[in-house]
Ligand binder design. Structure first.
Ligand code: ADP
Length: 309
C-alpha cells in the first residue's frame, strides 16, 4: 500500500438553485483530487491535510472526508476559526459565478499546528501533493515553515507533487506568486500544470516555451494539461503525447484538473505507465465535467472501476 498526503483547503460549497434553496457540499482543489484518487484506487492510503475549527461545519467536513474513506490523521481540528465558504450562482444563460468567504478560514493557519511530531508522521508518505492554491491561502508569515517542512519531507525520500493552479485573486500580485512557485518547481519531482497557468503568469503557451521554462528546475515528471487539447508528459527527459477525446456535452468544468491530478497520480503510484495513467485520468475528468459541482456522484465511476480491476 502506498501513502499519499494531499495538502490544502476544503471549503463549504453552497449552490444556489433557481428557487433560492442552497445545496451544501464540500470542495477544494486538493481535497477534490484526494477524493477522486481514493475512489479509483481504494487500496491506497490517501490522506487530506488541513486545519479545521471546532464548529459543526468543520465536523461535517471531517465526516465528509471519512465518508470518502480518506485518512484524517493529518487534519488538525484545533482552530478557533471556521472553514471557508464559496457560493456558486448560475444565471439564466447557465453562466456560473463564484463568491468566496475564505480570508479568515481555519485552513490558512494549518502550519501553526505542524510541529516536529507532525512532520515525522508525514515522512512515511510516498507522495506529498500541494497546489498554488494551497500555498496562496497560507498566512504569508507561515510560508517559511511550509518550505522547511517540505525540505524535511524531501530529505526523508517523500516524492513531491505540485499543480500551480494559479488564481490571481489569491496573491498580492503576480510577482509574489512567481517567487513562491519558483520554490515549488525546484522542490517538485512531479508537476501537473495547465497551459493556462503559464499563459497567465509568464505569457508563454507553446509546448516548446513551457518545456524550456521548466528545464532549469529539472522536474523528473511533467504533465501538461490543456482542457480538451492533448496532454504532454515529459518523464526522464522522454516526451509522450496523449490525445484527449473532447466531451460534447460539458455540464460544468469545475474540478476537471483536480480529478485528472488525483487519478493520474494514483495510477502512477499503482505502477501504471504515463500513457495509461493519462488515459485513465482523462476518462475520469471527462465523467466529472458531465456532472454539476466539484464532486460527481460515486456511481458515475462504475465504468472506470471495472477498467481498473
Ligand atoms: P484545469 O481544471 O486545471 O484548468 P484542464 O481544463 O486543462 O484543467 O482539464 C484537465 C483535464 O480534464 C484535461 O487534460 C482533460 O483530460 C479533461 N478535460 C477538460 N476539458 C475537457 C473537455 N472539454 N473534453 C474532454 N476532456 C476535458
Amino acid at each position: 500500500m502506498q501513502k499519499v498526503v494531499l495538502f490544502g483547503e476544503c471549503m463549504l460549497e453552497l449552490r444556489q438553485a433557481k428557487d433560492g434553496v442552497m445545496k451544501q457540499s464540500f470542495a477544494g482543489d486538493t481535497f477534490n483530487s484526494a477524493v477522486y484518487m481514493k475512489r479509483i484506487f481504494a487500496q491506497q492510503d490517501i490522506a487530506f491535510m488541513t486545519a479545521v475549527g471546532q464548529d459543526t461545519i468543520s465536523q461535517q467536513m471531517v465526516e465528509a472526508c471519512s465518508a470518502e474513506a480518506l485518512n484524517n490523521q493529518h487534519i488538525f481540528a484545533k482552530s478557533e476559526r471556521n472553514p471557508g465558504i464559496y457560493l456558486v450562482q448560475t444565471d439564466d444563460e447557465g453562466e456560473r459565478s463564484f463568491l468566496y468567504w475564505r480570508d479568515s478560514s481555519a485552513a490558512k493557519q494549518v502550519m501553526q499546528y505542524v510541529d516536529q511530531k507532525a512532520i515525522d508522521a508525514l515522512c512515511n508518505a510516498d507522495l506529498f501533493f500541494f497546489s498554488g492554491i494551497s500555498l496562496a491561502v497560507l498566512e504569508s508569515q507561515d510560508r517559511e515553515a511550509f518550505w522547511a517542512m517540505l525540505s524535511q519531507l524531501k530529505e526523508a525520500g517523500v516524492k513531491i507533487g505540485f499543480d500551480p493552479n494559479y488564481r490571481p485573486r489569491l496573491w498580492n500580485g503576480p510577482d509574489e506568486a512567481k517567487a513562491e512557485f519558483a520554490k515549488a518547481y525546484a522542490a517538485s519531482d512531479i508537476m501537473l500544470p495547465g497551459v493556462d497557468d503559464f499563459k497567465q503568469l509568464y505569457n508563454i503557451e507553446t509546448l516548446e516555451d513551457i518545456l524550456a521554462f521548466c528545464k532549469p528546475y529539472a522536474i523528473n515528471e511533467l504533465v501538461l494539461k490543456n482542457g480538451p487539447e492533448s496532454v504532454y508528459c515529459q518523464l526522464d527527459g522522454q516526451l509522450t503525447h496523449v490525445a484527449i477525446t473532447p466531451v460534447s456535452n460539458v455540464v460544468d468544468t469545475t474540478s476537471a484538473g483536480d480529478s485528472f491530478n488525483g487519478v493520474y497520480l494514483g495510477s502512477r503510484l499503482a505502477g501504471g505507465d504515463v500513457t495509461s495513467s493519462v488515459e485513465l485520468a482523462a476518462a475520469s475528468a471527462a465523467i466529472v465535467i458531465q456532472h454539476p459541482g466539484a464532486i460527481a456522484p460515486s456511481n458515475a465511476f462504475d465504468k472506470i472501476h471495472s477498467a481498473v480491476k
